[in-house]
Ligand binder design. Structure first.
Ligand SMILES: NC(=O)c1ccc[n+]([C@@H]2O[C@H](COP(=O)([O-])OP(=O)(O)OC[C@H]3O[C@@H](n4cnc5c(N)ncnc54)[C@H](O)[C@@H]3O)[C@@H](O)[C@H]2O)c1
Ligand SMILES: [Zn+2]
Length: 358
């Protein structure tokens, strides 16, 4: 299998995304080509450290790097300012200098947190992403959004900070639980729904259980390439990048309605996409077959197509959506499968649509 490479072409900050099974073992040489320093501070979580920490450490040391590994408790609860402070202390104890690098080995939690730490320690050091969940491989490791959560909400303290390199080893996904794998599939399906009908057709034709063995690299490559195009056009999330929020306005409401306990992000987004397509269809804005076909694909990949939610919960969450400005909300709607657009809509109208449904 040839090494798949994409280059994110941002002025002065271009970087490669490399995708291939077994890349973790080659990380030393590849990271050496992308960063300057001699020290690498690896940030990971305890699950991922146990699975892949020593493979990565050996590979980096084999290329002559001095390596430290700091592991955090797995889960969103760790994406906080207090964990950030622990990372800063660990970096200083390790003797990290401005020419050294931070490397994130893990899912989106580790990537967002380590990325924000890299962006801010010593006013910014080189950063490398080695994503190990499907969600992180197709979405969070690409595009430079890094953040931690605050009491007031998720991702509220953050930055745009592009990595120097993204190393994607799809072999790492073998150890994911079925639930976390499906979680990432929600974002894969989202890319198809908003930008690429052919990707949806491919997913419909594939037996979900066989995807891990067959064709996953191509699917990851396609998603990263779609994200590349969007990020190159709109790095700062002012317009086109917002299309990536399809299903997310309602998805965030579902996550919040159950205090982030019952449904993980991709599950909530999956149900959010179904609900939005359904609402559009009921208001004559999307053909019924399109809405049904999206729903059946989401179900095929083991994701929920509906999450019960009260009007109070919708209002509490959507009233606070940080992407919404004033009384209008920017919604991502589908023109057809594979093509999305942004629509400003009065919040009240969205609530009316939702209320008709309850
Ligand atoms: N920066 C962005 O653009 C962006 C985009 C989407 C999501 N995010 C963020 O990503 C986070 C969610 O990321 P996530 O879903 O990857 O969650 P996560 O990082 O919590 O990982 C999920 C679980 O999988 C485990 N895990 C990771 N890799 C594994 C592997 N290879 N084998 C076995 N277990 C493994 C982790 O230990 C964890 O328990 C959220 O905080 C979200 O805000 C960021
Ligand atoms: Zn998402």
């Amino acid at each position: 299998m040839p090494l798949k490479t994409l280059t994110i072409d941002l002025p002065g900050r271009a970087y490669d995304i490399l995708i291939e099974r077994g890349l973790l073992q080659q990380a030393g040489r590849l990271v050496r080509e992308a960063v300057r320093g001699e020290r690498i501070a690896v940030v990971t979580d305890y699950h991922v450290e146990a699975l892949y920490g020593s493979i990565l450490k050996d590979a980096l040391e084999g290329a002559g790097f001095l390596v430290s590994i700091t592991a955090i408790l797995p889960g969103e609860e760790s994406k906080t300012v207090s964990t950030l402070e622990k990372l800063y202390d660990a970096f200083m104890d390790f003797g990290l200098t401005r020419s050294d690098a931070v490397l994130a080995l893990g899912g989106g939690v580790v990537g967002d947190l380590a990325g924000f730490a890299a962006a801010t320690i010593l006013r910014g050091v080189d950063f490398v992403q080695v994503p190990t969940t499907l969600l992180a491989q197709v979405d969070s490791s690409v595009g430079g959004k890094v953040a931690v959560d605050l009491k007031a909400g998720k991702n509220l303290a953050g930055a745009f900070y592009q990595p120097r390199l993204v190393l994607i080893d799809p072999g790492c996904l073998q150890t994911l639980s079925g639930r976390i794998f499906a979680d990432g599939m929600a974002e894969v399906i989202k890319y198809g729904a908003i930008l690429d009908k052919a990707l949806l057709e491919r997913l419909s034709a594939q037996e979900p259980a066989s995807l891990l063995r067959d064709g996953l690299e191509q699917v990851i490559y396609r998603c990263c390439d779609l994200k590349r195009q969007v990020v190159e056009e709109d790095e700062r999330d002012n317009r086109r990048r917002m299309l990536l929020n399809f299903g997310h306005t309602l998805g965030h409401a579902y996550e919040a309605a159950y205090q982030y306990r019952s449904y993980i992000h991709g599950e909530a987004v999956a149900a959010g996409m179904c609900k939005m397509a359904d609402l559009q269809q009921k208001h004559g804005l999307l053909a019924k077959e399109e809405s049904l076909s999206l729903r059946s694909l989401i179900a095929r990949y083991g994701l929920p197509t509906r999450i019960p939610c009260s009007m109070e919960a919708y209002e509490a969450a959507i009233g606070l959506d940080k992407k919404g400005r004033g009384q209008e909300i920017s919604l991502v709607l589908l023109r057809r499968l594979g093509e999305a657009y942004l629509q400003e809509m009065p919040r009240r109208q969205l609530f009316d649509w939702l209320r008709e449904e309850e």
